[in-house]
Ligand binder design. Structure first.
Ligand SMILES: [Zn+2]
Length: 284
């Protein structure tokens, strides 16, 4: 399996140049009055309007978790062009998924299903977006919100700052639209190569930072570049996470809560590639 290391400087230079403040201002105006406050306590889940339905039969079915990175046309000199999915391709993939009867849900919903606490829609799927690029806000959010679908942002805390990153105001609007925010460390190191103090800081510290800043639970973790070993998994468990996602290809199952498989969506996939990858993952 190929492992990508995202070159932040390169991607940042491209996005910073190509996507101006005007578009963001327009987005912000258009989407109006989302939560402007920063709660300091972890928000309690909203009460459900209907009583929660528990699954009646088996509740260990595997669920696909798609993995996206940047939703933009790849720049000519992009070091990792496969990390870029064109916005039109993303919209077509979501349209195709909906046409196939899929419903995007949060990882928390999947976890609750596996624990027998709550039913899932008939064909559940998780759409996860790694690192924190502002195209999560400008491209993914409106496409998913039009279907009342939740996305999952795997946030590298450092990416709240740069102009090409998911700025805090964007993250708040995504949370208000039902997105789940999970932790993807503070600075995206290879966690198998850092010492115990740094490991704890990156794993537990990112959870604490996101909880403090946005008042959301941050119950799931995503390994940077899919790198983990026993010590890394132990640190993730010790930090109180309920599960963690990898870059291993396949469907996620409750047998591997701390090494959940995903399905990587690459720039050349389009709808056909996504269909093929889902079929391969489901047949495994
Ligand atoms: Zn990453």
């Amino acid at each position: 399996m190929r492992k990508y290391v995202v070159r932040f400087a390169a991607i940042g230079a491209f996005l910073g140049a190509g996507l101006g403040a005007a578009a963001l201002v327009q987005q912000a105006r258009h989407h109006g009055r989302a939560a402007a406050t920063t709660p300091i306590t972890v928000a309690k889940p909203k009460p459900h309007p209907k009583p929660v339905q528990r699954p009646k039969g088996p509740h260990d079915a595997p669920v696909p978790i798609l993995m996206y990175h940047v939703l933009a046309n790849p720049p000519a000199n992009a070091p990792y062009p496969e990390l870029y999915v064109r916005p039109a391709d993303f919209a077509a993939q979501v349209r195709w998924l909906a046409g196939q009867g899929y419903h995007a849900v949060s990882l928390r919903r999947v976890y609750d299903f596996w624990r027998g606490r709550r039913v899932l829609p008939p064909k559940p799927i998780v759409l996860s977006f790694d690192d924190g690029y502002h195209t999560d806000f400008t491209v993914a959010l409106p496409v998913l919100r039009a279907r009342h679908w939740a996305g999952v942002l795997n946030l590298e805390v450092r990416n709240l700052e740069p102009v090409w990153g998911t700025r805090p105001g964007m993250v708040r609007k995504m949370i208000a639209a039902g997105w789940e925010v999970d932790a993807h460390t503070l600075t995206h190191p290879d966690l198998t190569k850092v010492g115990p103090d740094r490991l704890k800081q990156e794993v537990a510290g990112s959870r604490a930072a996101i909880r403090r800043r946005f008042g959301v639970p941050v119950d799931f973790f995503c390994y940077p570049s899919g790198r983990y070993d026993d010590a890394v998994v132990a640190a993730v468990k010790a930090a109180g996470y309920l599960g963690a996602t990898t870059t291993n290809e396949g469907l996620a199952t409750p047998r591997n809560l701390f090494t959940l498989n995903r399905v990587r969506v690459s720039g050349t996939d389009g709808v056909d590639g996504l269909r093929r990858k889902l079929a391969v993952a489901s047949a495994a």
